[in-house]
Design a protein around this ligand. Sequence first.
Ligand code: UDP
Ligand code: MG
Length: 211
Amino acid sequence: MWKRFLRPFSGYINKMLPEVVFVLGAPGAGKGTQCSFISKEFGFVHLSAGDLLREERQRPGSEYGEMIEEKIRNGEIVPVEVTCSLIHKAMQKSGKTRFLIDGFPRNKDNLDGWERVMSDKTKLLFVLFFECCRDLCTERCLGRGAAGSGRSDDNLDSLQKRFNTYLNATMPIIEHYERKGLVHRVKAESAPDVVFEDVKKLFNKLDRIDN
Ligand code: UDP
Ligand code: MG
C-alpha cells in the first residue's frame, strides 16, 4: 500500500538517498590509489573498509582490536556487524551524499549484512572492479611493505591467505553483482594515471553534484 502510494515519488526519493560505489579487486589491484584520484576529481568520499578496521583496531578501549588484528594478519574477513557499523558511522559523520566504499563487500556475510541494514538507506550506483594479475598484485603489495606501509599483512604469508580469501569469498560477490548488470571492469595493470583514464570515463557519465 505504502509502496504503491510512494511509487510516483520514487525518483525523487532515490535522489535523496546517499549514493554508493563499491570498489573491489585483488589485494594490490590499486583500489586505494584510484579511489583517492576519484575522490579528488569527482568529490566522492573515500571510505576504505580496511582503513576503518585498522583505525578501530588502534582505538584505545576497542573491544574488537585483537580480533581485527588476527583476521587481518590471516587474510580473513571481519564479521559484517563490525565493518558495516564502522562504514555507516563514517558515512553519517561525513555529512556527504556520495561514497566510494573500498574493499567491501568481500564475502557473503558482508553482502547479507549490508543488504539487511544499508540497502534501503543507500542507492548502489555500480561496482567498480579492478582487474590485475596475481603476480603483479603480489609485487605491488610486497613493494608497499618494503617501502614501509606498516601493514601487518603486506608479507608473503599473509598475501597468500588474502588471495585465497579473494578467490573463494570475494569473486562470488563480484559474480553476484555481475548477474545484476552492476559491474564495471577496469584493467588495472598499467600505471595509476593510465588506469585512471578509464576510471574517469565511468564517473564522467554520472551527474555532477556538489558533495
Ligand atoms: N577486511 C575485512 N573486511 C572488509 C575489508 C577488509 O575484514 O570489509 C580486512 C581483511 O582481513 C583484509 C584486510 O582487512 O584482508 C585488508 O583490507 P584492505 O582492503 O585494506 O586491503 P587491500 O585489498 O586494499 O590490499
Ligand atoms: Mg586498500
